[in-house]
Design a protein around this ligand. Structure first.
Ligand SMILES: [Fe+2]
Ligand SMILES: [Fe+2]
Ligand SMILES: [Fe+2]
Length: 413
């Protein structure tokens, strides 16, 4: 196996993978961040800003909503032009990125991307942070007003009304120069036509072709995986620390099963990433107290497949992506979504499966209280007897039960 120390991923691919992850929260409109990125880059170009600023603002647009994990919050942000609860996701997004050096420069922009232009004092208004953040704010609000007309392709019909609505915010929500640039640019039909899904994805490919790209080493990949986990776990108070608990426990079990350092490192990262696809599940299903309907269960079954799809760009970590995506596969072949069994189901995936079940049962859920470790173990042993959990992994857990329970629930790093 390739040592993690030798693994690198491309920063550009990583940024797009985070964007794809964050966009899942849109549930059935999965291009909000990418449209905002495109609008931001086009506005920056119109303002006469440099190519480097244009690419940077594209990235800021891609990631501007990284502080939104809840589908309910997402809906509020796209339903209202101004929502009094908007600042919280800006604060969250800032906190997520500020300590990750490759993306830390975007954190202040995200922090102020719902700040009204008139709220900045004059000294702040001349600073780049305020100008950039206000541009993201405008790009975001353009998309919010135009998005309802994407599905039936009637954006052009509504473009005048959108222009008037935003012109009314000149000097209030948005800087006068920005609004003027928007009004000039949006006279062109092309501005609105570019928002169609195919063209948004084509735009992404164009930006990728000239954006400079650095590589991220294993330490950076791990740090970024923690950011992914924080985004995933912020979805609901019930899932707080879930991914991080699964990751630590899976690593601990892997070490107890005698796996080498390289495997333990990768298993921990797979644990951090395993539930990426859950971001697309509406909060009401995650937090519901009734048994899932068949349709809801079908939606749930899509989440681990979603994890695999989102991670496809990160070629260097495809083994990790598969282990993450197989976390609902079971040794008897009755898991989902691939029905893997025998040698096709690798040990790291079996470990993450057990760690996932254990951690989830150790936490409160809307429909039951947290279970005691002994009770979780007996449930897992029943699963082993039925063929739906790995015997060796559960034996390793049984041999160190209290410690495993502590690790699964430990908060913080
Ligand atoms: Fe947004
Ligand atoms: Fe899951
Ligand atoms: Fe999970």
């Amino acid at each position: 196996m390739q040592s993690p120390a030798e693994l690198t991923v491309d920063l550009r691919q990583l940024v797009i993978t985070i964007a794809h992850t964050v966009d899942l929260v849109g549930v059935d409109d999965l291009l909000h961040g990418r449209r905002v990125g495109m609008l931001a880059a086009e506005l920056a170009k119109r303002m006469g800003w440099s190519d480097a600023e244009r690419v940077m603002l594209y990235d800021a647009g891609l990631l501007h909503d990284c502080g939104v994990s809840s589908t309910r919050v997402h809906r509020r942000l796209v339903d209202d032009l101004e929502w009094e609860g908007a600042q919280e996701h800006c604060d969250r997004g800032f906190a997520l990125l500020k300590d990750f050096p490759p993306l830390a420069h975007l954190a202040p922009i995200i922090l102020y991307h719902h700040t009204r232009w008139e709220q900045f004092d004059p000294a702040m208004q001349v600073q780049d942070t305020a100008r950039y953040a206000n541009l993201i704010y405008l790009a975001d609000r353009i998309d919010v007003l135009a998005a309802p007309y994407q599905a039936d392709q009637t954006v052009l019909e509504h473009s005048s009304a959108i222009r008037e609505r935003l012109a009314a915010e000149r000097g209030r929500l948005f800087s006068p120069e920005l609004v003027d640039a928007f009004l000039a640019l949006s006279e062109e039909e092309a501005f609105w036509l570019a928002l169609r899904p195919d063209w948004v994805q084509q735009y992404q490919a164009q930006i990728e072709s000239f954006a400079d790209s650095r590589t991220i080493d294993w330490a950076g990949i791990k740090q970024c995986a923690e950011i992914f986990a924080a985004i995933i776990d912020a979805k609901s108070s019930y899932t707080e620390q879930h991914s991080r608990g699964v990751a630590r426990l899976a690593r601990h079990l892997a070490a107890r099963l005698g796996l080498d350092w390289a495997s333990c490192e990768k298993i921990e990262v797979a644990g951090l990433l395993h539930d990426i696809g859950k971001l697309q599940i509406p909060d009401e299903i995650i937090e519901g107290t009734n048994p899932l309907t068949e349709h809801e269960f079908d939606l749930m079954k899509g989440h681990s497949y979603g994890t695999l799809q989102v991670l496809w760009r990160l070629q260097a970590i495809q083994d990790i992506a598969r282990w993450a995506a197989y976390h609902h596969e079971t040794p008897d072949g009755h898991g989902y979504p691939f029905h893997l069994r025998g040698d096709d189901l690798p040990l790291p995936a079996r470990i993450i499966n057990v760690a996932d079940v254990f951690q989830a049962m150790a936490q409160d859920r809307p429909y039951r209280a947290a279970m005691a470790p002994e009770k979780i173990l007996s449930t897992l042993q029943e699963r082993v007897a039925a063929g739906s959990a790995d015997a060796d992994v559960v034996a390793a857990l049984a041999a160190d039960l209290q410690n495993c329970h502590r690790i699964a629930l430990a908060t913080g790093a």
